[in-house]
Ligand binder design. Sequence first.
Ligand code: GDP
Ligand code: MG
Length: 282
Amino acid sequence: AKEHLFALAGNPNCGKTTLFNAITGARQHVGNYPGITVEKKEGLCSLDGRTLRLVDLPGTYSLTAYSLEELVARDFLVHERPEVVINIVDASNLERNLYLTVQLLELGVPVVMALNMVDVAESRGIRIHCDELSRRLGIPVVPTVARRGEGKEALLRAAVDVAESGRRWEPLRLSYGADIDPALQDMERLIVEKGLLTDLYPARWTALKILEEDEQVLGKAREADPALTDELLAQAAKVTQHIQKTLDSYPEAIIADHRYGYISGLLREGIVEQRWRGDRLH
Ligand code: GDP
Ligand code: MG
């Protein structure tokens, strides 16, 4: 029988554990990630003759190297290569939750979105047009109410479809503006040429992480090719200095701004319908 590995990723309090429990019921196992105290929950379920293995990743807002939870989540995605990442998104907090979605897409992993808490959104007069969100992001989006188990089968079917479709997932390529894009492109080209960590990460993602001085990625890069890493760091330093001087900012902040810009552009029209606020119709 076919078996698939899916990971559940989402911000804290998006309903990840509730959905995980609704899907796996009693077939769960709680342990720890090797060597650390971060809890690792795994569970099984069956669907249409397949066995689905689900891992509930730690709740995170981002995929940086600043917290153990974020490192655990991203290492799991990169090293265990789940066939699909089920990204649980709180529909009542869509804009903020999409920040993680964007990073998952930049990492190039296959994503299916569970648009959860649509009942909460509805009760505040917010309707989200899933088809349009799905079309703009290029990923399946399935509405769910995890607390009542609603939508879970449709969600799992969408994930199985992705796992069995053989679809190629190209990492999302955002622009980070004129101060970063040209250097990023040069760095990316070098990374591809030398094959630096290309078995793990998309080249552009590695370049971004070097620009952000991500300690984990830098460590791995140094181990693989110290000379190239020095060259990339020198390029990154130039960008950082320039941004400090001209904008009084730093690359991570500019990168975050552009991600938020992309998200607000995405949501500007046709996705979120605010039907009323308080007791007033709009
Ligand atoms: P996690 O931090 O992502 O694991 O979130 P939890 O699964 O612990 O859920 C956080 C809270 O949201 C809990 O009180 C859940 O009962 C509630 N919750 C989860 N999903 C839904 C949903 O779809 N609708 C509503 N109304 N509440 C939900
Ligand atoms: Mg939880």
